[in-house]
Design a protein. Structure first.
Ligand code: UGA
Length: 434
């Protein structure tokens, strides 16, 4: 099939590349000339495991192309994906100007039937708004389809190639047929393509992310309680996760959820509920609890040093909001760094992928280490914020000889509690005995 993808951000690029991988002719459009030029020269603009291979393979096979020329890109396309940003506007509601702007541009260029697929996360009713833009500007028939993405950063390629489900919001039989054909190769194992109306599909995306954010937040609160009552959150997690109604995944407590999706989507759903005179109480609490959880490690540090970290120096491992990404949007590390600096401490940080992004954002407010161990030089304590695999099994002897004190605040519960006690560490983690 011939596909155009508008927007080469993380979602657009993964979608375009993975659609090319099953033999479609894909052309990706972006207004950013420098970025397009880079991709034309074979450079992948984001860090996403597994993407490089597919990107280069499909470019080499002439199935994946990049352009700034929208007219050329959509001319022969049967399906046009829109993967454009929907940042929170001033009032917390998703800003649709990129999507509606692109819809207008497309509507003025098309001369034959197209399926317009919205991949971005958008409030309920957006498909109707997009459809209205087309009706205003063209007589050419289009079907506007909602097709939310459920990709996780770090495993996006795998999630696209083998999705748990594909959600397609459309009531048009013609569009349904094309979408079923397009996604067929990705659901061969029997996972469903769920067809529904556009509004349900749009809400499914927000409901999924908000549910997962709630699940994590619930576990974070259980962890906080565990510390107070002397229970162990790992045991509780396993205890409840074995119930198939609850499930084992997404039950790991930590320093709060971050990233470009959960915080934005929870906020947008609350806003959307407000607009419909519905007080989404549970999600409002989720937002409040998560805000506090992002600096839980700072509270622990302050308590340990009797509220005085003036002149203390800390090593911090992990800046990305989660492992296997260089994404630092809403990353708890940034809040932790900010709070500790305000309290008069200094930091040396290390992250396998996200250092450049942090440097671009906060410059020399912190020191940057070449590797995890260098970060420990002269540090009064180590703070662990992101659960990169490389931090999971460190050389504890080297740790001990480099750190000034055997003190670790672990926001991701990477180490066995008994082992840390045996090794003589003061080891403060989340939801476990301190
Ligand atoms: C999330 C969803 O998982 C995807 O399905 C969705 O497509 C995506 O948002 C999106 O809307 O684009 P992502 O933000 O990449 O994906 O990351 P997750 O792996 O879901 O993690 C989100 C946050 O939750 C991270 O800060 C992570 O550290 C935290 N988390 C996750 C926990 O604290 N505990 C857990 O058990 C799991």
């Amino acid at each position: 099939m011939k596909i155009a993808v508008i927007g080469t951000g993380y979602v657009g690029l993964v979608t375009g590349t993975c659609l090319a991988e099953t033999g479609n002719d894909v052309i990706c459009v972006d207004i950013n000339e420098a970025k397009v030029k880079k991709m034309q020269d074979g450079q992948v603009p984001i860090y996403e495991p597994g993407l490089d291979l597919l990107f280069h393979r499909n470019i080499a096979q002439d199935r994946l192309k990049f352009t700034t020329d929208l007219a050329m890109a959509i001319k022969d396309a049967q399906i046009i994906f829109m993967a454009l940003p929907t940042p929170p506007g001033g009032d917390g509601a998703a800003d649709l100007s990129y999507i509606l702007g692109a819809a207008k541009d497309i509507s003025k260029l098309i001369t034959d039937y197209k399926v317009i697929v919205n991949k971005s996360t958008v409030p309920v009713g957006t498909a109707d708004k997009v459809r209205a833009v087309f009706s205003e500007n063209t007589d050419v028939e289009v079907d506007v389809v909602s097709n939310p993405e459920f990709l996780r950063e770090g495993v996006a390629v795998e999630d696209f190639m083998k999705p748990d489900r594909v959600v397609v919001g459309t009531t048009s039989e013609r569009a349904k047929k094309l979408m079923a054909e397009l996604y067929g190769p990705y659901v061969r194992q029997g996972n469903p393509i769920l067809f529904m109306d556009e509004r349900s599909s749009e809400l499914t995306k927000y409901a999924a992310n908000s549910f997962l954010a709630t699940k994590i937040t619930f576990m974070n609160e259980i962890a906080n309680l565990c510390e107070l009552v002397g229970a162990d959150v790992d045991a509780v997690r396993k205890g409840i996760g074995s119930d198939s109604r609850i499930g084992k995944r997404f039950l790991f407590p930590g320093v709060g959820y971050g990233g470009s999706c959960f915080p934005k989507d929870v906020q947008a759903l609350v806003k959307s509920a407000d607009e419909n005179d519905y007080h989404f109480a549970i999600l409002k609490s989720v937002m409040d609890v998560n805000e506090k959880q992002k600096t839980i490690l700072v509270e622990k540090v302050l308590k340990y040093y009797a509220n005085n970290v003036q002149g203390k120096h800390f090593a911090l491992w992990g800046l990305a909001f989660k492992p296997e990404t260089d994404d630092i949007r809403e990353a708890p590390a940034l809040y932790i760094i900010d709070a500790l600096i305000k309290h008069g401490a200094t930091l040396t940080v290390f992250d396998p992928e996200a250092m450049a992004n942090v440097k671009a954002l906060i410059g020399d407010k912190v020191n940057y280490a070449e590797n995890a161990y260098d970060a420990l030089e002269n540090a009064d304590a180590l703070l662990i914020v992101t659960e990169w695999s490389v931090f999971r099994n460190p050389d504890f002897e080297r740790l001990e000889s480099t750190l000034k004190n055997k003190v670790i605040f672990d926001g991701r519960n990477l180490y066995d509690l008994e082992k840390m006690i045996d090794l003589g560490y003061y080891y403060n983690s989340i939801g476990r005995k301190q």
